[in-house]
Every structure is written in C-alpha cells, then in structure tokens.
Design a binder for this molecule. Structure first.
Ligand code: F42
Length: 148
C-alpha cells in the first residue's frame, strides 16, 4: 500500500489535532511551538500499527546533527504513547520541521551511552522531560529519527 492510499485519522485530542492542522495549513509558519512555551515542535507522520492509517504526532523539536530525537514522554503518563508502538512496527516516518519535510527512519535507542547523550540533548531542548521521567516508573522510550 502506498501512503496515498492510506486514510488519515487525526488525533482524538483536540489541541493536538488543531496544532497539526495549523502547522500544515501554514506550511510551518504558525503552530510551530508548544502552547505558550515558545519551544519548537515538529510533526512526525507515522502509520498506525493496527489500523494502517496515517497518524500525525507533534513532538518537541530535538535536533542533533541530521538526527531528530523523538521522546515518548506523554507528559509522564504511566503508559507509552501509542505512537511508540506505531514506530516500533512501522519505522518509516516523515518529519516536518517548519517548511521542511523529510523522509526518515525511526530507530529505538537502547545503547545506554547513546541514550544518555540523546536524552541530554532532549532535556536541553525541553527541560520538562526530566520531570516527566521522574513522574513515571516506565523508562521513557527514545528514538533516533534518521534520514532514509
Ligand atoms: N508527546 C510526547 O510523547 N512527547 C513530546 O515531545 C510531545 C510534544 C508535543 C508538542 C506539541 C503537541 O501538540 C503535542 C505533543 N505531544 C508530545 C503529544 C503527542 O503529540 C501525542 O498526542 C501524545 O504523545 C499521545 O500520543 P498517542 O499516540 O497515545 O495519541 C493519542 C492521543 C492517540 O492519537 N490515540 C489514538 C486513539 O484513537 O486513541 C490512537 C492512535 C493510533 O496510533 N492508533 C493505532 C493505529 O493502528 O492507528 C493503534 C492503536 C493501538 O492500540 O496500538
């Protein structure tokens, strides 16, 4: 199935759906930061592991060289966000960073040294990630999104 054949199912969370809509409609000129924080956001397009549908997930923009880092924090919730399972099942994603759209592949980072390095970059870009990790017993998944 090509991506054109897939149905797009917007997020059930209104604020997330609205952010994706504004970001895409303005080609990244608006809706590119998290609420009032002013911190930049990217949109990660992924494929649902059960529906096979297109999902669009705004995440904080954490860039290390050519790699974008995706942090499955979900505000420190006890469960992983569903998109973590989507990336594990279907690692091919698209990253939109403002007006740039890039074909990338997601690799879950398990090496402790690499994870610590990417976590530090993520927490520098968005310091609440450290609070989210201390709020939950699960180890927050970290993915490196790399050019295909
Ligand atoms: N979330 C983060 O985890 N980290 C971030 O850095 C982050 C930043 C951020 C910035 C702006 C913004 O607007 C949102 C931000 N979020 C961030 C929230 C993020 O966009 C997600 O909304 C959040 O992580 C929750 O992810 P989720 O995948 O659990 O999304 C829920 C709301 C959702 O869409 N659920 C769907 C539903 O119907 O309940 C399921 C979607 C899905 O992918 N379904 C799968 C399928 O096959 O289609 C299968 C479902 C399954 O059970 O496996």
């Amino acid at each position: 199935m090509t991506s054109e054949d897939r149905e797009y199912i917007p997020s059930p969370a209104q604020w997330v759906r609205d952010q994706v809509e504004l970001y895409e409609r303005t080609n990244g000129a608006e809706g590119n930061t998290l609420r009032d924080s002013g911190l930049p956001v990217v949109i990660v397009t992924n494929v649902g592991n059960k529906t096979g549908a297109i999902r669009k997930t705004p995440l904080m923009r954490v860039r290390v060289g050519d790699t974008y880092v995706a942090v499955g924090s979900k505000g420190g919730a006890p469960q992983h966000p569903v998109w973590v399972h989507n990336l594990r099942a279907n690692p091919d994603v698209t990253v939109r960073d403002r007006d740039q759209v890039m074909e990338m592949r997601a690799r879950e980072v398990s090496d402790p040294e690499e994870r610590a390095r990417l976590w530090a970059a993520a927490a520098e870009a968005y310091p609440p990630y450290n609070d989210y990790q201390s709020k939950t017993d699960r180890t927050i998944p970290v993915f490196a999104l790399e050019p295909r």
